[in-house]
Write a protein that binds this ligand. Structure first.
Ligand code: 13P
Length: 251
């Protein structure tokens, strides 16, 4: 199983800046990328094509969309379909990111519908889950993971190709705050995630990658990526510069 080193650029970067950052990342990391790692960048929609032109020819590097809608086309103002993502070179899509759940109001059920739709439409999907600080303080971490994962994969085939589905554990309180979850918190949450996936997908679950996200930086990535059941990272702020993301990718 290759570790997936993923960047989520959120609502940052113009076309030119996106292209320059992707190129800098390739220059700094492509020749040294270990065989057991792959790299993904999820730019804003407007910069996907620019980034895919840079990454397309580079082995081990790919591009994804941060979101998509659950129809192929139609009168859905403002939305983007998986087919449109693929058309500009994106092979991955995110679902259930905490900002979409908690800022844009997406429900567990809609995240599940989107995850199944994206897979059926030929995207690889990264389903993001994670608890808020109040839920952690109330001892509800495992309950939240169970609820979000079960709803998130409710309509996903039990024999899904495990290479097509990833789960990203992103505790909401660690996103963009500089407050990274400690090794024990990550180990516990990732072990719970694996157990929940095993109850749903059997042995297939052992090949589903579980990523950690939340204030990953060059200084903490090596320690995080070495933990049991951590099969990659999903990085926001520290992925916005080619220099710092290259250090994460190679950590
Ligand atoms: P930060 O790395 O900025 O904490 O963001 C994490 C995240 O939300 C990635 O999807």
């Amino acid at each position: 199983m290759k570790k997936l080193m993923a960047a989520n650029w959120k609502m940052f970067k113009t076309w030119d800046d996106a292209r320059a950052t992707a190129q800098e990342l390739v220059d700094l990391s492509a020749s040294a990328l270990p065989d057991d790692r792959e790299v993904l960048i999820c730019p804003p929609f407007t910069a996907i094509k620019a980034v895919s032109e840079v990454l397309g020819p580079v082995p081990g590097f790919s591009v994804g969309g941060q979101d998509f809608y659950v129809r192929e086309e139609g009168a859905f103002t403002g939305e983007i379909s998986p087919a449109m993502l693929k058309d500009v070179g994106a092979g991955f899509g995110l679902t259930g990111h905490s900002e979409r759940r908690h800022v844009l109001g997406e429900s567990d059920a809609y995240v599940g519908e989107k995850t199944a739709y994206g897979l059926a439409a030929g995207l690889k999907v990264i389903l993001c889950v994670g608890e808020m600080i109040e839920e952690r303080k109330a001892g509800q971490v495992e309950d939240v993971l169970e609820r979000q994962i079960r709803a998130g994969v409710a309509d996903v085939a039990r024999d899904v190709d495990p290479n097509d589905l990833c789960v990203a554990y992103e505790p909401v309180w660690a996103i963009g705050t500089g407050e990274v979850a400690g090794p024990r918190e990550i180990l516990e949450a990732h072990a719970s995630t694996r157990k929940i996936l095993q109850s749903l997908f059997g042995d297939n679950a052992n090949e589903i990658r579980i990523l950690y996200g939340g204030s990953v930086k060059p200084a903490n990535c090596a320690e995080i990526i070495a933990l049991d059941n951590v099969d990659g990272v999903l990085v926001g702020g520290a992925s916005l510069q080619g220099e710092s993301f290259s250090q994460i990718v190679l950590a």
